[in-house]
Design a protein around this ligand. Structure first.
Ligand code: NGO
Length: 490
């Protein structure tokens, strides 16, 4: 494969041909879009205005010297595919759905000079190479998980995380909302979950939670970027914060102390008390009501104190509770011990467990979401010198995050069984947004390309150079990142 380093787009598009003269934005450039395209056009204008200082506006009129966005039913590239044609006269972006236009806008951003990402006026020139790009994702689920339970992150920080992720065409934000150290989402019928359960975090900090309006704010913001929020309420293990809030969830009827350490596997809801199921029905009902997306994540990982047969029965039952809210259940791979509902998604993470349960899950029709910890866990150290992070799955450098294929990651699980790929940032050691960015970049773009680009378009030597070209963009956005020695940064 001959690397075309002049077109440094990540994830690599399905097809790129450089055929024409470049387009240059100037004072007469307009953005043309109809009513159905207006939202994405507005986003594009906002993205271009601050740094170019150009008087760009979105107009419904086709005009010369134009960037045009058009929905077009004949663009047969799926719900997120797009076609981008650039020549000296115009930039034409077409897609069947607004989400496709939005993904195409991210490509356009990356074709412009990195200074386009600054928030003050820059000199230009604002040249877009004369390309014809045809593009569509390999997998429909291209996720990023943020653990807001071990350390709490504010609404603005979560929005920042979304904004950085969408540049790489991530389309799912999985929020790990509850764990031993904190319960982060308000539940009206169980107010102490946040009254008590949200009051701390790892290391003993003040914690925090999202009132429903804040959660809705995040969901709406994600929606304007065609990102689906998948909320996770982790049960029956990882529940010390809930157990500390309500004595009746404990088998001995006594609430434990809040937990600010980092051990896992010690807590579990009392599975033979009726109050536990009232609690679960209320919680999933309230979370479903404020979640427009089709999925609720039930966790299910590491319930080490629950006997196997009780766990299996619970895994079956919790999926029924989710189904009764009209949503599809997602669970960590342990959930496959239960009987899987049609439409359930099993999230693979634990590389130390053999494939048997996953294979059984796909035989019964479940789909697999891939987050193998030695590839897709953003909380693993990059190398032995990384100050932050865990290392139970080894060190995960950029190349490890990049060089694997979803169709062969688990023996016997084929491409058709895979719904997608998700990078997971656990935050035991990640305390603020600078840390989040450091662990996320540059590995999230690597995972994003695994999830988006066709296997035969992915090649490490080529990726290294395209990834290096992202650094000036992160610098322009004041985003922290790890200067991996594997990447030829300039
Ligand atoms: C495990 C565990 C999490 C930890 C994480 C750290 C899963 C699914 N459960 O992954 O609680 O935070 O490892 O890497």
């Amino acid at each position: 494969m001959r690397p075309d380093r002049s077109i440094a787009v990540v994830p690599r598009p399905v097809s790129v041909v450089v055929a024409n003269d470049p387009f240059v934005l100037d004072g007469s450039t307009q953005v043309s879009a109809g009513g159905d395209e207006a939202a994405v056009a507005g986003y594009l204008v906002d993205a271009l205005r601050a740094s170019t200082g150009l008087p760009l506006t979105a107009t419904p009129e086709p005009a010369p010297g134009v960037i045009s966005l058009r929905l077009d039913g004949d663009i047969d590239l799926g719900a997120e595919g797009y076609r981008l044609d650039v020549d000296r006269e115009s930039v034409r972006l077409r897609a069947r759905e607004p989400a496709g236009l939005f993904r195409g806008v991210q490509t356009l951003r990356q074709l412009l000079p990195a200074t386009i990402e600054r928030d003050t006026v820059q000199p230009g020139p604002w040249q877009v190479p004369g390309v014809c790009i045809v593009d569509r994702p390999r997998f429909m689920w291209r996720g990023a998980m943020l653990d807001v339970a071990r350390h709490f992150f504010t609404v603005d920080e979560v929005k920042r995380f979304i904004d950085l992720a969408v540049l790489y065409k991530i389309n799912v934000l999985h929020l790990h909302l509850t764990d031993d150290q904190g319960w982060r989402i308000a539940i009206d019928r169980w107010p102490e979950l946040t009254g008590i359960g949200a009051s701390t975090e790892v290391g003993g900090g003040r914690g925090g939670f999202y009132p429903k309006a804040d959660y809705t704010d995040i969901v709406d913001y994600a929606g304007t970027r065609y990102v689906t929020v998948v909320p996770e309420i982790d049960v029956p293990g990882h529940t010390n914060a809930a157990l500390a809030s309500y004595p009746q969830l404990n088998c001995d009827g006594r609430a434990p102390q809040p937990f600010t350490g980092t051990q896992v596997g010690f807590s579990a809801l009392c599975l033979d008390r009726p109050s536990t199921y009232e609690f679960l029905a209320d919680v999933f009902d309230e979370v479903a009501a404020i979640t427009p997306g089709p999925f609720l994540h039930v966790g299910g990982d590491e319930a080490r104190t629950v006997p196997d047969h009780e766990y299996a029965a619970f895994a079956t039952r919790i999926q029924k509770i989710v189904a009764s809210t009209g949503k599809r259940a997602v669970g960590w791979q342990e959930m496959a011990a239960g009987t899987l509902e049609a439409g359930s998604v099993v999230q693979y993470w634990n590389i130390d467990e053999g494939p048997a349960r996953l294979l059984e899950a796909v035989r019964t029709g479940a789909q697999v979401l891939l987050s193998p910890a030695d590839r897709a866990y953003l909380d693993m150290r990059y190398d032995a010198r990384t100050a932050l992070g865990n290392d139970w799955a080894g060190c995960v450098e950029v190349r490890d995050a990049y060089e694997w294929d979803p169709a062969t990651a688990v023996d016997g699980v084929t491409e058709a069984d895979v719904i997608g790929v998700e990078a997971a940032l656990w935050t035991e050691t990640v305390a603020d947004i600078d840390d989040v960015e450091f662990m996320t970049f540059p590995r999230l773009p690597a995972i994003a390309e695994v999830a988006w680009s066709p296997a035969d378009r992915r090649e490490w030597e080529d990726f290294r150079f395209r990834l290096a070209a992202q650094a000036p963009r992160w610098e322009a956005m004041a985003a922290n990142f790890h200067r991996s020695p594997q990447i030829p940064w300039t």
